[in-house]
Design a protein around this ligand. Structure first.
Ligand code: ATP
Ligand code: LTN
Length: 331
């Protein structure tokens, strides 16, 4: 990174089953970035209600994500950790940006298309979701947004909206942010179907490894992972998506490239690769689970989130005031 401290913003939905895709694609970057930058990490509860949620479950998942943020290594003294709905500016700026967006561009978002597929009518919140995400980012003048590959299109839309507003109201209205994607881990695929991304909501539990899964479940999911029948260990996403996914997960945990993992296992069977991957994954998740068990029951959690919201609000306030003034809103 450059010498200058950058403003970093990202968010995770409190929807349960936070998995190794979320960790390897996003959370791991959050931790690495916090040492040298000004980082703001949000639990995006307003995004979570775009699909109906049980209130008690939603509330528990908010605290789960907060505890997981800290369990993976985020330090509330270094990064701002908070819940989206605690800072009203998100909803306010979201409306302003909704008014700057077009139904055509929102209909092209693949996440919307995927989540609304097969239904004649979709929830409106799901449709305008990317405007809320753009508001999250632009509200803090963020320079960098660490996310997984699936969010690339939403980041592009955020940039388009920022540039559109800047062209109309002045270049210094919004900072135009950049996405930050890792090479290994940015797109972890489902273990039972390497054509689909690993997802919190997939019905088959064995399709993912959640950060809080016990060792037996981790072993079962990896040993059952879909591969192919030619038996050759090679990194080739097109021709060997299942094996390549395992190599990428291994590489992401071990801090080496998937190609290097393939070279290390050349000539060996899938069984050996899978067994070693179980060990690496179990070892990587053990300390996270231990810290989660300590942090989650603590009363400190709510205090940390309230404090984070106050600090976030202090940054958001002047940005929102600037934007409203440019638009001619208010008294
Ligand atoms: P899911 O699709 O699993 O329900 P999500 O993408 O809808 O999850 P979030 O919890 O908000 O929702 O995602 C948090 C972060 O994890 C985002 O930066 C997202 O890009 C990243 N992410 C999600 N799935 C994967 C994956 N399979 N591989 C890599 N990164 C991922
Ligand atoms: N849309 C993202 C979650 C999200 C986000 C954000 C990520 C909401 N707001 C702002 C980065 C920055 C998702 O579905 N994974």
């Amino acid at each position: 990174m450059t010498d200058k401290r950058l403003r970093v913003f990202s968010g995770v939905q409190p929807t349960g089953n936070i998995h190794i895709g979320n960790y390897l694609g996003a959370l791991r970057q959050f931790v690495a970035l916090q040492e040298e930058n000004d980082c703001i990490y949000c639990i995006v509860d307003l995004h979570a209600i775009t699909m109906p949620k049980d209130p008690a479950e939603l509330h528990a998942h908010i605290l789960d994500v907060a505890a997981l943020y800290m369990a993976v290594g985020l330090d509330p003294k270094k990064s701002i950790l908070f819940v989206q709905s605690e800072v009203p500016g998100h909803a306010e700026l979201s409306w302003i940006l909704t008014c700057c967006s077009y139904t055509g561009e929102l209909s092209r978002m693949t996440q919307f298309k995927d989540k609304s597929r097969g239904n004649e009518s979709a929830p409106t919140g799901l449709f305008v979701y990317p405007a809320l995400m753009a508001a999250d980012i632009l509200l803090y003048d963020a320079d960098v947004v660490p996310v997984g590959q699936d969010q690339r299109q939403h980041i592009e839309l955020t940039r388009d909206l920022a540039i559109r507003v800047n062209n109309r109201f002045g270049e210094d209205t919004f900072v135009v942010p950049e996405g930050r994607f890792l090479k290994e881990g940015a797109r972890v695929m489902a273990l039972d179907d390497p054509a689909a991304k690993m997802s919190k909501s997939a019905e088959n539990e064995m399709s993912r490894i959640s950060l809080l899964d016990d060792d037996a479940k981790i072993k079962k999911a990896i040993m059952r992972a879909t591969t192919d029948s030619d038996g050759e260990i090679r990194y080739d996403i097109q021709k060997k998506p299942g094996v390549s996914n395992l190599l990428a997960i291994y590489g992401a945990f071990a801090g080496i490239s998937a190609e290097d993992v393939a070279a290390r296992y050349q000539g060996q069977g899938y069984g050996t690769l899978k067994k070693d991957l179980v060990e690496i994954t179990v070892d990587a998740l053990r300390p996270i689970k231990e810290r989660f068990a300590e942090i989650r029951p603590s009363n400190e959690l709510a205090r940390i989130l309230k404090d984070g919201a106050a600090r976030a609000d202090a940054i958001a306030g002047p940005v929102l005031a600037r934007v409203k003034e440019r638009f001619g809103l208010g008294v």
